[in-house]
Design a protein. Structure first.
Length: 254
């Protein structure tokens, strides 16, 4: 993915990693459109961050994705980058179905069906562009589980394998598939995570991501140093120790 000169749509970017990445990409000379459910947040972003476009979208709703995609492509026919940022994380207790079933269904709808539906809405357009990118967003927890968030872990593992698979299928097109793999970052993904000192500061994370994108435009996985502890535990042969560490020392993952 080239670091500038793109038209980028980031649904799920009204806060956290998504918004910080949107600002960083705008500052590097990209046209950026962010999407989210809450119109008040979208209005605030438009006012506080000139140059960033906004569109209302609920990535858990197939019809909302269809309507938003039509609007984005009408307003920005040069769109060539889709970042499937939207995601939710829930603490679950799998001892009793009433404690996890509704949560698990919601997580899977947002984190797995959402990206699938987004890609479906934009893939034909992206294939018609001379140079296009789909950036998926998995997690370090796709590779080592945090015991209190089973559905989230599974959803991000699914995104990893989806990314690997569609990259193979789209190899005969001009569409690149890049997987962003965050560690725990200081955002509001879980209550209190923004104050978790073991999580990576948001500004540091985004700065490192931008540096990696610039240094390695052909990379298929964007991995800051902090996430490699999780990503490569099995390859290093210390997977059991990685799992024990993130579950014993940090309620939100390493």
């Amino acid at each position: 993915m080239q670091i500038s000169g793109n038209t980028v749509f980031i649904p799920g970017a009204t806060s956290g990693i998504g918004l910080a990445l949107a600002i960083a990409l705008r500052d590097r000379g990209n046209t950026v459109i962010v999407g989210g459910r809450r119109t008040d947040l979208l209005e605030r972003i438009a006012a506080e961050h000139p140059g960033i476009g906004t569109v209302r979208i609920d990535t858990a709703d197939a019809e909302s994705i269809r309507v938003a995609a039509k609007q984005v492509l009408t307003d920005h026919p040069g769109l060539n980058v889709l970042v499937t940022m939207a995601g939710i994380m829930r603490v679950e207790d799998w001892h009793r179905p009433e404690s996890f079933l509704a949560s698990a269904e919601s997580v899977m709808t947002t984190n797995v069906l959402g990206p699938i539906r987004l890609i479906a809405a934009f893939i034909e357009h992206l294939q018609a562009q001379p140079d296009a990118t789909i950036m998926t967003v998995s997690s370090g927890l796709a590779f080592a589980p945090l015991k209190v968030t089973p559905s989230y872990n599974a959803s991000k593992a699914a995104i990893h394998m989806l990314s690997e698979s569609i990259r193979l299928q789209l190899a005969d097109t001009g569409v690149k598939v890049v997987e962003l793999e965050p560690p725990s970052v200081r955002t509001s993904l879980l209550p209190g995570q923004q104050d978790n000192e073991t999580a990576m500061p948001l500004d540091e994370f985004v700065a490192e991501v931008m540096s990696l994108l610039e240094a390695r435009p052909d990379a298929t996985e964007i991995q800051v140093e902090r996430v490699k502890f999780l990503r490569y535990g099995e390859a290093r042969g210390d997977y059991d120790q990685v799992v024990a560490t993130i579950n014993d020392s940090d309620p939100h993952g390493k």
